[in-house]
Design a protein. Structure first.
Length: 111
């Protein structure tokens, strides 16, 4: 009985993890639209990662989303990355490349 419960719990946890990974970030379409203006297609991005900025309001431990970042490696870049920063409503606040990744029209930062 105990091993059956363990297996069921493990399968439930794995299912939640894989379904979360399969879901798109709510800002993906806004990022894809913005990047297309620079000749970068969503399908050309590798290793896409999302970060959510949160802050603690101090009211009973409540946290709020204050923005998002997307990091990716464009296929056109052999080294470096692309960064997109957004408001909580997915409004783009900054797009730039890092390292030796350079995309025409976007600023590049060495860090």
């Amino acid at each position: 009985m105990r091993s059956t419960l363990f297996v069921a719990a493990a399968l439930a946890a794995w299912s939640m993890t894989t379904s979360a990974e399969a879901q798109d970030n709510p800002c993906q379409s806004a990022v894809a639209d913005s990047l297309s203006k620079y000749g970068v297609e969503w399908s050309d991005l590798n290793n896409v990662q999302w970060d959510t900025d949160t802050w603690n309001s101090g009211r009973g431990g409540m946290t709020s989303t204050s923005g998002y970042q997307m990091y990716a490696e464009p296929a056109s870049c052999s080294d470096g990355s692309l960064v997109v920063e957004m408001w909580p409503n997915c409004g783009i606040t900054d797009i730039y490349t890092r390292g030796s990744c350079k995309i025409k029209g976007l600023p590049n930062h060495w860090w």
